[in-house]
Design a protein around this ligand. Structure first.
Ligand SMILES: [Fe+2]
Length: 367
C-alpha cells in the first residue's frame, strides 16, 4: 500500500487499485498546534462547522511525510505511516488470533502477580494470552480485604450488577443459586440474560481446603468451530434463532434475546451463551424446533465432553480471569465437610482492558 499524488489529489494505491482519498478526510486530520491538542489528540476545531468545499491547493510528498495546503489556508504535515495505518484496519485486539484449545492444552497461562504489576510488560504478555486463549491465571494475588476489586479496577473497571460489585462463592444454607452449594456445575456462561452480557469474569480463590471442587473451562470457540465443520445444520440454526434468556427474582426481571452462537458482521465467531436452565426458545414450526433441540443437545454434549474440558484446582491466591463471551466454566462437586472452599468473583468489561493492552503496547513500543 502506498500514497501517490496526481495533480492536487491524493491517492491510495493498494497494489491493484488506486482510490482517491477525500480531501476533507485529510483536512480533518490537520495536526498543527492550532488545530490539535497534542496531549489528548483531540481536535481544537469542529469539522462540522467548516462549510466551504475543501480542496487541496498544494501538495508535497516525501518518504515519510505528506504536506498539504488546503484552500481555506490550513496547512498540515501528516506522517505516511499513520495514514496507511488507518487504511489497514489495524486493530490490536482483533489482530491477536484466537488459539483453539481442548483438553490437551498443557499450559494454564500462569503469571505471577508482583507489585506494580499492572504497568509492567509482563501484564502486557498476560493480556495478550488472555485474548489468545480466553483465560489467564495470576498466581500469588493477595487475598485480604476483597483485593479482587483492587485487581479488577487496576486492569479495567468493575461491572457492578444487581448482585453487587462482587460475589462470594461458597456453599451456604438456602442458596439462591447452585453456585452456592457443593454440587457440580456443568459448563455454562454467566448472566446470558443481561444486555450487555458481562465480558470478563474474574474468580479469585481465597480458601480451598477440599479435595474436590476442581475448576473447569471449555473453549466455546473450539466447540463452535467443531460444530461448524461436523454439523453445519446445527451450527446454522444455533447462529440464527434468537432465544430468550431470563433471570427472575423478587426485585428484578432480566431478559435478553440472542443466538446461542453469535457471529459478527463478517460471519465470524463473536460470542457464545450457554445456560440450559435459563433459555427459552420461541415457538416455531415443529420441524424447525426438532432441529433446534437436536442442535442444542449436540452442542451441550460437546460442551460437556471431556475432550474439550480442562480441569484444575485453584489454590489460595490464584486468580482466574476468563472471557465470558468465549469460554464456559464450571466446577466439579466437593464435600463441604472437608473444609472451606471460598472464591470471590466479579465482572469487568472489555473496553478498559483493551485500552490497557493498547496502553502497554504503546508504552513498551511493541510492534
Ligand atoms: Fe458461573
Amino acid at each position: 500500500m502506498k500514497i501517490e499524488l496526481i495533480q492536487n489529489k491524493v491517492y491510495l494505491n493498494n497494489g491493484s487499485k488506486k482510490k482517491e482519498i477525500h480531501p476533507f478526510w485529510l483536512r480533518e486530520r490537520v495536526n498543527g498546534e492550532k488545530y490539535l491538542d497534542k496531549k489528548t489528540q483531540q481536535r481544537l476545531f469542529d469539522p462540522t462547522k467548516i462549510k466551504e468545499k475543501i480542496r487541496i491547493n498544494k501538495l508535497n510528498l516525501s518518504n515519510d511525510y505528506l504536506e498539504i495546503t488546503f484552500n481555506d489556508g490550513a496547512f498540515t504535515k501528516l506522517t505516511i505511516q499513520n495514514i496507511l495505518k488507518e487504511f489497514s484496519n489495524f486493530n490490536e485486539i482483533k489482530f491477536i488470533d484466537k488459539i483453539e484449545w481442548d483438553s490437551s492444552l498443557k499450559s494454564l497461562n500462569n503469571f505471577e502477580f508482583k507489585e506494580n504489576f499492572y504497568e509492567q510488560q509482563e501484564m502486557y504478555n498476560a493480556l495478550v494470552n488472555f485474548y489468545k486463549y480466553g483465560f489467564v491465571i495470576f498466581k500469588k494475588v493477595p487475598t485480604k480485604n476483597n483485593f479482587i476489586i483492587n485487581f479488577a479496577n487496576s486492569i479495567g473497571s468493575v461491572r457492578r450488577t444487581n448482585f453487587g460489585e462482587f460475589f462470594n462463592v461458597k456453599s451456604k444454607p438456602n442458596p439462591n443459586d447452585l453456585a452456592y452449594t457443593s454440587l457440580p456445575l456443568a459448563p455454562h456462561t454467566d448472566n446470558p440474560y443481561r444486555n450487555p452480557v458481562p465480558c470478563i469474569q474474574i474468580l479469585h480463590c481465597i480458601e480451598n481446603q477440599v479435595s474436590g471442587g476442581y475448576s473447569t473451562l471449555v473453549d466455546g470457540y473450539t466447540v463452535t468451530e467443531k460444530l461448524k465443520n461436523d454439523y453445519p445444520n446445527y451450527y446454522k440454526i444455533l447462529t440464527q434463532i434468537k432465544v430468550r434468556f431470563q433471570f427472575i427474582d423478587q426485585s428484578i426481571v432480566l431478559e435478553d434475546w440472542s443466538e446461542m452462537i453469535k457471529l459478527d458482521d463478517n460471519g465470524n465467531f463473536k460470542q457464545v451463551r450457554f445456560s440450559p436452565r435459563l433459555d427459552f426458545v420461541p415457538l416455531m414450526d415443529k420441524e424447525k424446533l426438532d432441529l433446534y433441540y437436536e442442535a442444542r443437545n449436540k452442542i451441550s454434549e460437546l460442551y460437556n465432553s471431556k475432550k474439550y474440558r480442562i480441569e484444575f484446582k485453584l489454590m489460595p491466591g490464584d486468580l482466574l480471569m476468563m472471557d465470558n463471551h468465549r469460554l464456559l466454566h464450571g466446577r466439579t462437586s466437593y464435600d463441604a465437610n472437608e473444609g472451606e472452599r471460598f472464591l470471590q468473583g466479579c465482572y469487568i468489561d472489555y473496553d478498559s482492558t483493551e485500552g490497557r493492552l493498547k496502553h502497554l503496547k504503546r508504552k513498551f513500543n511493541i510492534k
